[in-house]
Design a protein around this ligand. Structure first.
Ligand SMILES: *Cc1c(COP(=O)(O)O)cnc(C)c1O
Length: 364
């Protein structure tokens, strides 16, 4: 028998979550964000699973987009940071990709290029994230340059990204929205604004297009869950098994550095999963793990290939017992809190040595 660790990917849950994103914003179309190998879920498989319901996909690089084209994906694919080099433009044209333009050098390169067909272009506004995009006072001139170049750029959209759409405090989000609204009206621009939290919690941010990402994979991005976010279904379930069980006397320690010590006679289970698989080494003692469906606490430092749990209160657990690290029955968001991180890093962090096992969607 081979190593029991596997990431089960439920493509039906992915479709459910995508549909939920669409139901939340019935006036918008949703670009399914598949960057970083679909947040660790496998971009080709996820794209195929959504191909009949999602009108467009988004990724972070030309290489990610070409991988989808090579796998037969025909939808438009948006490059969220546009080109990194002017030399990418011929391939953008050849593969019919959509580009974001966030900098003057990208704008100049596009205007100097002669595409076979005009390239759908998303001009990025820096409404307050202060990462990419044009400041509001610089935006209009760039918009007009693109408008005046219909053989290079077509289907112009105003795009921006929110810094705090997940937060309960709406103040900064409202400031960003006010910035967008002013330009949207002045330019009569179609817009693409909402990420997952804005799709779920801020109807006023729903644009012609939205860009849901992490919610498609079933993680709740909101600081305060709502009815919609509670209806998300986990797509990845990270499963393994106990490969050893041992009894420890009071006072004995477990694992590197002896971080955790038994306060009572304890039964310790060893799970085949470690940071060499992408499980977060920052997981604290007490991080929940499911063994035969029951919650037990992780104890001791995570090793490269293994981690340890306290089975003292689950007497039926033994070698071969089924383990869930996150997914069905244990939200990845909860595990992330114990690791002082977010679901995004846990999901994208699952390494190639963990086999992905796909469960096909019952289509319709
Ligand atoms: C990653 C990304 C998204 C999706 O964000 P989520 O929080 O995962 O929904 C949307 N827009 C841009 C520009 C991104 O980079």
């Amino acid at each position: 028998m081979s190593r029991p660790l596997v990431a089960d990917i439920d493509l039906g849950a992915l479709r459910h979550n995508y549909r939920l994103a669409c139901e939340q914003a019935p006036q918008s179309r949703a670009v399914a964000v598949l960057k970083a190998d679909a947040y660790g879920h496998g971009s080709v498989e996820c794209a195929h699973a959504l191909a009949d319901i999602a009108p467009a996909f988004a990724v972070a690089s030309l290489e990610e987009a070409v991988a989808l084209r090579d796998a037969g994906i025909a939808q438009p694919i948006m490059l969220l940071e546009g080109v990194f080099d002017a030399e990418e433009l011929p391939l953008i044209d050849a593969h019919r990709l959509w580009i974001v333009v966030h900098s003057d050098w990208q704008l100049d390169a596009l205007l100097a290029f002669r595409p076979r067909t005009p390239i759908p272009t998303w001009l990025k506004l820096d409404s307050g994230m202060h990462r990419l995009g044009f400041a509001p006072e610089a935006f209009v001139a760039r918009w007009q340059r693109l408008k005046a170049a219909p053989t290079q750029a077509t289907d112009l959209h105003l795009m921006t990204h929110f810094a705090t759409a997940d937060a309960l405090d709406p103040a900064y989000f409202r400031r960003q929205m006010a910035c967008v609204e002013a330009l949207r009206q002045q330019l009569e621009a179609p817009v693409c604004l909402a990420n997952s939290p804005a799709t779920l919690a801020w109807p006023q941010a729903h644009g012609d297009w939205n860009r849901p990402g992490v919610m498609l994979y079933g993680s709740d991005p909101l600081e305060g869950a709502n009815d919609a976010s509670r209806a998300l279904k986990p797509v990845m379930t990270l499963r393994s098994e106990l490969i050893a069980v041992r009894e420890l006397a009071t006072g004995e320690a477990v694992g590197y550095g002896g971080r955790w010590r038994a306060m009572r006679p304890s039964r310790i289970g060893v799970v085949a999963c470690g940071y060499g698989d992408g499980y977060d080494r920052h997981a604290q003692d007490g991080t929940p793990v499911l063994v035969e469906g029951r919650r037990v606490p992780l104890v001791g430092k995570v090793s490269m290939d293994m981690l340890t749990v306290d089975l003292t209160d689950v007497s039926e657990a033994d070698v071969g017992s089924r383990v869930v690290l996150w997914g069905e029955g244990l939200p990845v968001d909860e595990v992330a809190r114990y690791c002082d991180t977010i679901s995004y890093t846990l999901l994208t962090g699952i390494l190639p040595r963990v086999p992905r096992r796909y469960r096909a969607a019952d289509t319709v």
